[in-house]
Design a protein around this ligand. Structure first.
Ligand code: NDP
Length: 445
């Protein structure tokens, strides 16, 4: 049995039932066969056994009181996965579907993503099964304060620097930062995605969406194409989806869908800048449902559906994991879609990934395509350390340069290992080698 299969057997036994985590591990292991063959030193040092095991796992009770005066309890988590390249870095997710498996898959992916950015960041992820939807601002604040009362013991600007993710935006980060400062009596860059007036970076909100579009732009360049006139479908309607739409519009593409957990809106005329401004108010201020868009602008509403049945050139899954299954992928391909750039983490199921790779479309996996968010978080950390504030243009320029480099690194590794154009393999290998070599240097820890 090969080294990879032996590790797989152990990891699947030890983490039995953790479907999402095992899915993420399997995908990475599947890419690493040729790397292990060329580099027996990794097996000798047990790199794979160690890289699939989080360095530290923290699970805690989060008690809080709702508006009716009733005690509520949620579960809080932080998975500090790998610190070979720097302090743990990765978002916090608040969503009822959050559990150990989901956060471990996200933490595992984050290790390779952060490595790919070439910046000095380890990987981690955390969150809670708390659902901010339908809660008052006061309830969200009380929850965030309770969550941070425990989390603050484990994080710090040189140790572990969380950011936002699903369900954690500016409001939640603000409440958590306030509580951290109050308990620790220090004003440091312990979280990223902060408000602009209290340590945040310009362009952080835009970064993941813009980055996914920049990555797609780089993939298109390999075929001498641009976004001009391209029909694009985007899923989700949160932070990543909103800025994906904004950047596609700027580059001359047309976005015809957005969605939320209720369904999809299909606007044949395109979601223009004016319509997008309305959506941002709907989602970020009024916290309403995407269905309202259909009534307001006369678009179609596809109740309970995802956008993948709509004909497009480019698809940007920007909602959640496994939102494109094998059938969806087949429909996308049958309809002529040939660019998929993942704003979300692991949005394509293994069957979908296999179809995209086999059909040689321009497929940018999340690890590479959505790394712009964490890269800009690092830029926020750098500004905090130096106590400076860069302009929008400066941050955007750096973000674009990082996305170009990530694309180059993934493309080069795919080429070197005999699968040109396979960004899945390229991203996994390029991300892995840097972390693995740092782990070798640092001994068995
Ligand atoms: P938001 O909370 O801002 O938005 C999430 C969107 O996805 C909402 O429209 C939400 O709809 C929808 N969604 C979430 N879960 C589900 C589900 N189970 N089924 C259907 N729709 C769902 O999150 P973000 O935009 O920040 O994150 C979106 C994706 O991008 C996630 O996969 C995240 O991990 C990834 N990502 C985010 C980064 C960031 O910087 N924010 C960085 C890198 C990756 P509803 O409101 O109805 O739940």
């Amino acid at each position: 049995m090969s080294y990879i299969e032996r590790v797989w057997e152990k990891v699947s036994q030890r983490n039995a039932g953790e479907v999402e985590f095992l899915q993420a591990v399997r995908e990475v292991l599947d890419s690493l066969g040729p790397v292990m063959e060329r580099n027996p030193k990794y097996e000798a040092a047990g790199i794979l056994e160690r890289i699939v095991e989080p360095e530290r796992q923290i699970i805690f009770r989060v008690p809080w009181i709702d508006d009716k005066g009733k005690a509520q309890v949620n579960r809080g988590f932080r998975f500090e996965f790998n610190s070979a390249l720097g302090p743990y870095k990765g978002g916090l997710r608040f969503h009822p579907s959050v559990n150990q498996s989901v956060l471990k898959f996200l933490g595992f992916e984050q290790v390779f993503k952060n490595s790919l950015t070439t910046l000095m960041m380890g990987g981690g992820k955390g969150g809670s099964d708390f659902d901010p939807k339908g809660k008052s601002d006061r309830e969200v604040m009380l929850f965030c304060q309770s969550f941070m009362t425990e989390l603050q013991r484990h994080i710090g600007h040189h140790t572990d620097v969380p950011a936002g993710d699903i369900g954690v935006g500016g409001r939640e980060l603000g409440y958590m930062f306030g509580q951290y400062k109050r308990i620790r009596n220090e004003f440091t860059g312990v979280l990223t995605g902060k408000g602009i007036t209290w340590g945040g970076s310009l362009m952080r909100p835009e970064a993941t969406g813009y980055g996914a579009v920049y990555f797609a732009e780089e993939m298109l360049k390999t075929r001498n194409e641009t976004f001009k006139g391209k029909i694009c479908t985007v899923s989700g309607s949160g932070n990543v989806a909103q800025y994906t739409v904004e950047k596609i519009n700027e580059l001359g593409g047309k976005v015809v869908t957005l969605s939320d957990s209720g369904g999809t809106i299909y606007d044949r005329e395109g979601i223009t800048a004016e319509k997008l401004a309305w959506i941002m108010e709907l989602k970020n201020v009024r916290r309403g449902r995407i269905k309202e868009y259909a009534g307001k602008f006369g678009a179609e509403y596809l109740e309970g559906e995802r956008p993948w049945g709509i004909k497009c050139d480019c698809a940007f899954p920007s909602a959640t994991q496994n939102e494109i299954n094998g059938d969806d992928a087949k429909t996308l391909l049958d309809n002529g879609c040939y660019v998929v750039s993942e704003g979300a983490n692991m949005p394509s199921s293994p069957e979908a990934v296999d179809l995209f790779v086999a059909n040689r479309i321009l497929y940018g996996p999340g690890k590479a395509a959505n790394a712009g968010g964490v890269a800009t978080s690092y830029l926020e950390m750098r500004q905090n350390s130096a106590r400076v504030h860069w302009s929008r243009e400066e941050v955007d320029h750096k973000l674009n340069a990082i996305m170009v480099k990530i694309h180059e690194a993934a493309a080069a590794a795919a080429e070197e290992y005999g699968q040109p154009g396979n960004y899945v393999m390229g991203a996994n290998i390029a991300g892995f080698i840097k972390v693995a070599d740092a782990m070798l240097d640092q001994g068995i820890v």
